[in-house]
Design a binder for this molecule. Structure first.
Ligand SMILES: *[C@@H]1O[C@H](CO)[C@@H](O)[C@H](O)[C@H]1NC(C)=O
Ligand SMILES: *[C@@H]1O[C@H](CO)[C@@H](O)[C@H](O)[C@H]1NC(C)=O
Ligand SMILES: *[C@@H]1O[C@H](CO)[C@@H](O)[C@H](O)[C@H]1NC(C)=O
Ligand SMILES: *[C@@H]1O[C@H](CO)[C@@H](O)[C@H](O)[C@H]1NC(C)=O
Length: 496
């Protein structure tokens, strides 16, 4: 409404100085009318030339027009093929474009399409499975990848740290979980706060001191280091302070629309209540609140915490939160379960009961090896790559699949019960964490499923030989070893 009035006034004013421009009525997106003053042509600012629009005669067929203009076609001299790009497409080997000059989306099965541009080669080199998809990719599958390097990085005060997040605005398929990567410089705080969602965290680097108080007035203090986990239930207020070494951690929330920018903060709590109420609440004079912060603290620098945890151990009559309800788990100290091809640590409510619906598996997959083909029966999977790189194919019923490439710092998301694997395509260990919303870590191993199905049934479906049927395992392998030379495709001789 005000916009319409202003525009009408502007039109009136312009009539005083120039020939009246005819008022044009536009529909706004919401269907209401707007009066818009058309840009006068061809007048432009000093130094401009030409006209803003072309002639109407450019529309449509022109008799004297070149029928084809060559795009800069790539001749074979201008580009290279990536590793495995010319391999038998039936094998679907991972393609590596990282050191390839001017990569092209050429596949033996689709002929030789070339890419004259415009293009972003850096992204194409990082995502060969999207740029040159394996021949098995088909149909529509939702995007499964969000690199946190593409998220807005919210900086703390005075260089104290940052936080960047992935929720269903960045990754629309991620309805059940959202994630945050947060860095706190030495001694910095994530301000005292609470939130609506449950928070599960894995420390990625450095160390931290945590404090919290629950509804019963029981307290919690603990020091954690890289590889350890904490959980704070929704609504429970907590403090997170980096050690002298600083800290970086991953947060996972059980709500795909969670925003790190919408948490409840102690600074705002004090700013949003009348000082007379604060004075009454704390039995002091209002001058006690003269130094409360102006605006959010969010992430800010602090004084070092005392070396001993017991010096940060405030206990009231209710005592400390008992072990069965504790908010921390020293996962870094858990022995990994070793299998050929890597190792896994599982953490779920069986040993960390307070996180009653978070089930996690921390995998280390050796070069060439692969987290086996599997799916989860009850929950979407949120995952995060801690180091290394890999590729993952999501199979979505009835007949779609898509392959994505991941590297450290990327978030992945696979909806329940879509089948997937994660293959190490690099030359260092692939370390990543899978997180489910489940009271127990669960998956269906395709290999075990078929190994525990009558051979006659499997043979009738898949035409396997007796030898192949005999190799199907009855125990979940979790990870399958492979050769770092990814072009090797015969595993019958490996004895595993
Ligand atoms: C942790 O930080 C240190 C210092 O920046 C770095 O050298 C190290 O690689 C980091 N660790 C991981 C697992 O990223
Ligand atoms: C912690 O201990 C170190 C030596 O181990 C000492 O230099 C430092 O001052 C101590 N910090 C605090 C806050 O007590
Ligand atoms: C904190 O104090 C309580 C006793 O009040 C004790 O049971 C608990 O072990 C202490 N925790 C730490 C980390 O010192
Ligand atoms: C695969 O390897 C095994 C063991 O080395 C060998 O016997 C077999 O012939 C190989 N299969 C093919 C198709 O090359």
């Amino acid at each position: 409404m005000w916009y319409q009035t202003l525009t009408a006034a502007a039109l009136l004013a312009s009539e005083v100085f120039a020939a009246p421009a005819p008022a044009v009525i536009h529909k706004r997106q919401d269907g209401t009318d707007a009066v818009v003053a058309p840009t006068k042509l061809p007048t432009g600012p000093p130094g401009s030339s030409g006209s803003l629009r072309g002639s109407e005669s450019l529309a449509g067929y022109r008799s004297s027009y070149p029928s084809s203009v060559k795009s800069t076609e790539s001749s074979p001299d201008d580009y290279e093929l990536g590793t495995n790009q010319d391999a038998d497409p039936d094998l679907g080997l991972p393609i590596d474009l990282s050191n390839t000059r001017n990569p092209q989306p050429i596949t033996p099965q689709d002929g030789d399409p070339t890419d004259p541009g415009p293009r972003n080669r850096m992204l194409e080199k990082q995502n060969p499975s999207l740029y040159v998809p394996p021949s098995t990719d088909s149909g529509d599958a939702p995007n499964a990848k969000w690199p946190l390097g593409l998220s807005h990085n919210r900086h703390g005060l005075d260089g104290s740290g940052y936080a960047r997040q992935q929720n269903n605005e960045q990754l629309p398929v991620a309805s059940a979980m959202a994630g945050v990567d947060m860095r706190l410089e030495p001694n910095a705080y994530r301000e005292l706060h609470w939130h609506k969602a449950n928070e599960w965290s894995l420390i990625l680097n450095g160390s931290v001191r945590l404090n919290a108080v629950n509804e019963a007035g029981e307290t919690f203090v603990d020091d954690l280091q890289a590889g350890d986990v904490w959980f704070f239930p929704a609504g429970v207020p907590h403090s997170i302070q980096a050690s002298d070494a600083g800290v970086e951690f991953l947060l996972v929330f059980d709500d795909g629309s969670f925003s790190e920018d919408e948490t409840f903060l102690v600074s705002e709590l004090f700013e949003r209540n009348p000082k007379s109420v604060l004075a009454k609440n704390f039995r002091v004079d209002t001058s006690a609140f003269d130094k409360i912060p102006d605006g959010e603290l969010y992430i800010f620098n602090g004084t070092p915490y005392p070396n001993s945890t017991s010096a940060s151990n405030v206990t009231g009559p209710a005592g400390v939160i008992p072990r069965q309800g504790t908010y921390s788990y020293h996962l870094s100290q858990q022995e990994p379960f070793e299998v050929p091809g890597g190792s896994v640590k599982i953490l779920d409510p069986a040993t960390f009961p307070v996180a009653s619906n978070f089930a996690a598996a921390l995998f280390t997959v050796k070069p060439g090896a692969m987290r086996e083909l599997h799916w989860h029966t009850t929950s979407d999977e949120w995952n995060y790559i801690i180091s290394g790189q890999g590729r993952l194919t999501v199979y979505v019923a009835p007949e779609a699949s898509r392959t994505f490439d991941f590297r450290a710092g990327d978030v992945g998301y696979v909806p329940v019960p879509d089948a997937h694997y994660l293959e190490n395509t690099g030359n260092e260990d692939l370390v990543y964490i899978e997180i489910l919303q489940a009271p127990v870590y669960n998956d269906i191993s395709v290999a075990q499923w078929l190994g525990l199905t009558p051979k006659q049934v499997v043979k009738d479906h898949l035409g396997f030989s007796e030898d192949t049927l005999d190799r199907l395992p009855q125990v979940k392998p979790f990870i399958l070893p492979g050769d770092p030379d990814l072009s090797k495709t015969n595993f019958t001789g490996t004895g595993l």
